[in-house]
Design a protein around this ligand. Structure first.
Ligand code: ISL
Ligand code: CA
Length: 558
C-alpha cells in the first residue's frame, strides 16, 4: 500500500445535527441527553466518528453557526456535565467525537463583538474587520453567502463590518494574533476534555484579501473561489494552528471550505503540509448551482458527478486525503438529490450507500440516511426556518418570481428540507419530541422511520451496517487505487478498486431504466453486496448497485 495507514482513513463519520436528532425534554429541540439515549443505536449501525454540528452558546441566527461563547454549551442542548457524559459514552463504546469549529466568524452577541462595535479605540476593535465606506456606500461590492451586501453599517462608529454570512455573523480578523490565540486556546480546551478532533467550518475563508477590491466575476461561485477563499495566508494560519495545537494530539481534522477546488486541495491536506487531515470535497454538490448560487438551479448529469470524483482522486494521489459525502445539513438529502426518492427510494438509497462507502476517502454519513430519509416538501413559506432560504425568498420574489416557483426551488435545494427531525418511529412527531418540533417533521415518518428499518432485515439500515462492516474488513476499499470504467455513460457509474491483495468492481445504475453493462468475465466474479436479490447477470435493474470481488485467478493488475 502506498498510502500511509491511519485510523481516520479507515473509520466512518456520522454527522449529528443536534437540533433535529432527538429531543429528550419536549421543548421541540433535539439535545445532548437525546443523543445519549441513542448511542447504542449509533454503535449498532457501525459508525466510528461522530461529527457534532455546533452545540455552543448561540442566539441561533444560523442554527448554532453563530457562536456567542465558545466555552459554553447552549442551554437548549444541555449542560457541560451532559456533554461530558455524552463524550464518555461515545468513548466507552469505542467511538470518537469531533466538534464543529466555527471560527471564520462569531455571533454579533459574542462579548468580543459587543466590545468591538462600541468604539474605534476599544481593545476588541481589531477582533473584527471594520472599514470606512466609499461615498456613502459599503467599502466594496462583496455579497454575503446569504444574500445582500457582505458589509453592515454601524451608526455609532461610522464604519462597516464584514460578514460573509449573516449580519449576525461578523467575520473575525485573523490578521490579529490575539484572535488566533483565542481560537487556539479554545481548541485546547475541547481537546483537553478529550474530543477527537474538529470539523472546521469555512476554514478556506479565514484569511481575507486585504485590498478588499471589488469582485467582478461571472458567478458567485467564482467569486468565492477567487476572492473569498484560498488567500495564500490561509495556509500560514492553518499551519500555525497545527504547530500551536493540533500536532500535540492524536486527533483528526476535516476542513470544510467553499472554493476549495481539486486544484488547490493538496495545499490543505498534502502529507507534507502540516495542516489538515482531510477536507470535504464538495464540487459535486455545486454542479447544479447557477451564477446566483443555490436557488439558481442548473441541470447537470452523472457524467459531471463522475468527473468530480475522478478529478479529486487524481488530485489527491497518495499524498492527500478527502472525506466523501453526498449530503449534509447544507444540501438536499442524497436520495432526493442523486436518487429517486419515490418509486425507487429504497433501491436508490442503498445504491448510493455503496457509492459513499466504496470511494477512496473517509465516508461521512448524514443522520437519517441510514433509514432513507427524504427532502420534505413544504407548501408554504411559513414552514421554512433557514435564514438563507428566507433571505433569498425576499430577493427572488422582489424581482418578480412567484411564491409557488420559489417554494418549488426551496423544496429541492433549501437547507431546511434536509434538516427535518429524525424519524424514530411511527408515533406522533416521529417520536422525535413530545412537544412541537422546531421545524415540521416530514409526514412520511409513518413508513420511513428507525423502528421500521430496525425491524426489517432487508432494510436500508442493515444494508449500511453490512457495508460498514465490509469496508472495515476490506482495506482495499479504503486505500486501493480507483479507476473509472465507461466514464462517458450517462446512467452507469462503474469503477474498479484494487491493490496487490484484492480487486473489486462497483457497478451502479443511476436511472429508472434497466441497463446492460459489459465487463469481461463478470460471471466469474463474486457478488459480495447488492441491493437486489441477485442472479449475477449483465442486466442492471433500476438503481441497482453491486459490489463484486474478483477471484484471484481472474485478476489483472495495472
Ligand atoms: O450552502 C452553501 C452556500 O449556499 C455552502 O456554500 C455553505 O454555506 C458553506 O459551505 C458554508 O457552510 C458552513 O458555514 C455556514 C453555515 O451556515 C453552514 O451550515 C456551514 O456548514 C456559516 O457558518
Ligand atoms: Ca430538547
Amino acid at each position: 500500500m502506498s498510502v500511509k495507514r491511519t485510523w481516520w482513513k479507515e473509520q466512518v463519520i456520522y454527522q449529528i445535527y443536534p437540533r433535529s436528532f432527538n429531543d429528550s425534554n419536549g421543548d421541540g429541540v433535539g439535545d445532548i441527553p437525546g443523543i445519549i439515549e441513542k448511542l447504542d443505536y449509533l454503535k449498532n449501525l457501525g459508525v466510528d466518528i461522530i461529527w457534532l454540528s455546533p452545540v455552543y452558546e448561540s442566539p441561533n441566527d444560523d442554527n448554532g453557526y453563530d457562536i456567542s461563547n465558545y466555552y459554553k454549551i447552549h442551554p437548549e442542548f444541555g449542560t457541560m456535565t451532559e456533554f461530558d457524559e455524552m463524550l464518555d459514552g461515545l468513548h466507552q463504546r469505542g467511538m470518537k467525537l469531533i466538534m464543529d469549529l466555527v471560527v471564520n466568524h462569531s455571533s454579533d452577541e459574542h462579548k468580543w463583538f459587543e466590545e468591538s462595535r462600541k468604539s474605534k479605540d476599544n481593545v476588541y476593535r481589531d477582533f473584527y474587520i471594520w472599514k470606512k465606506g466609499k461615498n456613502g456606500e459599503p467599502p466594496n461590492n462583496w455579497k454575503s453567502f446569504f444574500g445582500g451586501s457582505a458589509w453592515e453599517y454601524e451608526e455609532e462608529t461610522g464604519e462597516y463590518y464584514l460578514h460573509l454570512f449573516s449580519k449576525k455573523q461578523p467575520d473575525l480578523n485573523w490578521e490579529n494574533p490575539k484572535v488566533r490565540q483565542e481560537v487556539y486556546d479554545n481548541m485546547r480546551f475541547w481537546l483537553e476534555k478529550g474530543v477527537d478532533g474538529f470539523r472546521m467550518d469555512v476554514i478556506s475563508l479565514i484569511s481575507k484579501r486585504l485590498e478588499f477590491a471589488d469582485a467582478n466575476f461571472k458567478s458567485f461561485g467564482e467569486c468565492v473561489e477567487k476572492m473569498y477563499s484560498n488567500d495564500p495566508r490561509v495556509h500560514e494560519y492553518i499551519n500555525e494552528m497545527y504547530e500551536t495545537v493540533l500536532k500535540d494530539y492524536d486527533i483528526t481534522t476535516v476542513g470544510e471550505g467553499p472554493g476549495i477546488s481539486s486544484k488547490v486541495g493538496l495545499d490543505y491536506v498534502g502529507a507534507d503540509r502540516e495542516e489538515l487531515s482531510m477536507i470535504f470535497h464538495l464540487d459535486h454538490m455545486h454542479l447544479d448551482e447557477g451564477p446566483r448560487g443555490r436557488f439558481d438551479i442548473l441541470p447537470y448529469d452523472l457524467i459531471d458527478v463522475k468527473r468530480v470524483f475522478k478529478e479529486w482522486y487524481d488530485a489527491m494521489g497518495d499524498a492527500g486525503w478527502v472525506s466523501i459525502f453526498l449530503d449534509n445539513h447544507d444540501y438536499a438529502r442524497l436520495v432526493s438529490r442523486f436518487g429517486n426518492d419515490t418509486t425507487y427510494r429504497v433501491e436508490s438509497a442503498k445504491m448510493l450507500a455503496i457509492l459513499l462507502l466504496t470511494m477512496r476517502g473517509t465516508p461521512c454519513i448524514y443522520q437519517g440516511s441510514e433509514m432513507g430519509m427524504t427532502n420534505v416538501k413544504f407548501d408554504t413559506m411559513d414552514d421554512f426556518r433557514d435564514l438563507e432560504t428566507l433571505n433569498f425568498h425576499q430577493e427572488f420574489t422582489n424581482e418578480g418570481m412567484s411564491e409557488t416557483d420559489f417554494i418549488e426551488k426551496a423544496n429541492k435545494v433549501g437547507r431546511d428540507n434536509a434538516r427535518t427531525p429524525m424519524q424514530w418511529n411511527e408515533n406522533d412527531q416521529a417520536g422525535f419530541t413530545t412537544g412541537e418540533p422546531w421545524i415540521k417533521v416530514n409526514p412520511n415518518y409513518s413508513f420511513i422511520n428507525a423502528k421500521a428499518v430496525l425491524d426489517a432485515p432487508n432494510s436500508i439500515y442493515y444494508f449500511y451496517k453490512k457495508l460498514l462492516a465490509f469496508r472495515k474488513d476490506n482495506l482495499t476499499l479504503v486505500y486501493g487505487q480507483y479507476e473509472e470504467v465507461l466514464s462517458d455513460h450517462e446512467q452507469l457509474f462503474i469503477y474498479r478498486r484494487w491493490d496487490d491483495q484484492e480487486q473489486y468492481y462497483v457497478v451502479l445504475n443511476f436511472s429508472d431504466e434497466p441497463h446492460e453493462f459489459q465487463i469481461e468475465n463478470i460471471s466469474a466474479y463474486q457478488l459480495v453486496i447488492g441491493n437486489y436479490k441477485n442472479e449475477s447477470d449483465s442486466r442492471l435493474r433500476p438503481w441497482e448497485g453491486r459490489l463484486y470481488q474478483i477471484p484471484i485467478n481472474q485478476r489483472f493488475i495495472t
